[in-house]
Design a protein around this ligand. Structure first.
Ligand code: ADP
Ligand code: MG
Length: 251
C-alpha cells in the first residue's frame, strides 16, 4: 500500500481554544489510484492534504508512506521525504514571480538529495514542462502566463522530482471551467501512465474525473466510494463543440 493512515487526528491549539480539524481518519491509497477528497469548507480537507504532503504532522495516529511511519519524523527528515516522494500543487500556484517557468520547475531539484548537474536539471525541467504542454513557454515568467498555464508550470514543478504521489489541493479553484477541464485532462493522462493522484475539490464537476470519491465532514470520513471515471478529453471536446456552435450562431 502506498499510503496508509490509521486513526489520524489533528488538533490546532491556541491559548484560548482547541480546534479538532481531523477526528480519526483511517484511509488507504494504493499505487495508481486517482482519488478526490470532497467536503464543505472547514471539513478538514486541507489539513488532511498537508499531513499527507508531509507539510504538517498529525496530533495522533500513524501515517505509513511506502511502509514507513512518517508521522513522528522530525521537520528536517520530513522535508526530505516530502522532496523525494511528494509533488504538491496548490490552488494559488505558489510560483516565484519574476522567475522563468524553467527556473520555477528546477527549484525542487536544487533541494533534492540526489545531486545533479545544471545540465541535467535543465533537461529534467524541460521534460516536465513538455509533459504539461508548455515546452514553448520555458522562458516566460508567471506574469506572462495565463492562470491555466501557471497551474501547468506548478504541475511540472511537482512532477520534476518524479514523486510517488501527486497531491493537489483545489487545483482548479482559481480557474475557469474550460481551463479546469484541461487540468483534469492532464491529471487523467498522468494517472493513465501510472502516477498516483490525490486531489481536493468541492466541485462535483471536477471530482467526477477521478476514480474514487472520499467525502469528509467535520474531520471524519462520511463516505468513500469508487467512481466510474469519465474522460476529461471527451468533456473538453464537448465543451469546444458547444462553444463553436454558440460562436457560429452569434456570427
Ligand atoms: P477545508 O480545507 O476543508 O476548508 P481546513 O482543513 O482548512 O478545512 O480546516 C479545518 C478546520 O481547522 C477549520 O475549522 C479551520 O478553521 C481549522 N484550521 C485550519 N488550519 C488551522 C490553523 N492553522 N490553526 C487553527 N485552526 C485551523
Ligand atoms: Mg481547504
Amino acid at each position: 500500500m502506498l499510503i496508509s493512515l490509521n486513526n489520524i487526528t489533528k488538533v490546532y491549539r491556541s491559548e484560548s481554544l482547541a480546534v479538532e480539524a481531523l477526528r480519526g481518519i483511517t484511509l488507504e491509497v494504493e499505487e495508481g489510484a486517482f482519488s478526490t477528497i470532497m467536503g464543505s469548507s472547514g471539513s478538514g480537507k486541507s489539513t488532511l492534504m498537508n499531513i499527507l504532503g508531509c507539510l504538517d504532522k498529525p496530533t495522533d495516529g500513524s501515517y505509513l508512506l511506502k511502509g514507513e511511519d512518517v508521522s513522528r519524523f522530525r521537520k528536517d527528515r520530513l522535508s526530505r521525504v516530502r522532496n523525494k516522494m511528494i509533488g504538491f500543487v496548490f490552488q494559488n500556484f505558489h510560483l516565484l514571480p519574476r522567475t522563468s517557468a524553467l527556473e520555477n520547475v528546477e527549484l525542487p531539484l536544487l533541494y533534492a538529495e540526489e545531486k545533479m548537474s545544471w545540465k541535467e536539471m535543465h533537461k529534467r525541467a524541460r521534460e516536465a514542462l513538455e509533459i504539461v504542454g508548455l515546452g514553448d513557454r520555458t522562458e516566460h515568467t508567471p506574469n506572462e502566463l495565463s492562470g491555466g498555464q501557471m497551474q501547468r508550470v506548478a504541475i511540472a514543478r511537482a512532477l520534476v522530482t518524479r514523486p510517488s504521489v501527486l497531491l493537489a489541493d483545489e487545483p482548479t479553484g482559481n480557474l475557469d471551467s474550460r481551463t479546469s477541464l484541461e487540468i483534469m485532462d492532464i491529471f487523467q493522462q498522468l494517472n493513465r501512465e501510472g502516477l498516483t493522484i490525490l486531489m481536493v475539490s468541492h466541485e462535483p464537476d471536477i471530482a467526477r474525473f477521478s476514480k474514487r470519491i472520499i467525502i469528509l465532514r467535520d474531520g471524519v470520513i462520511r463516505s468513500d466510494k469508487p467512481n466510474a471515471a469519465r474522460s476529461a478529453t471527451a468533456a473538453l471536446d464537448a465543451w469546444k463543440d458547444e462553444t463553436e456552435m454558440i460562436e457560429e450562431e452569434a456570427s
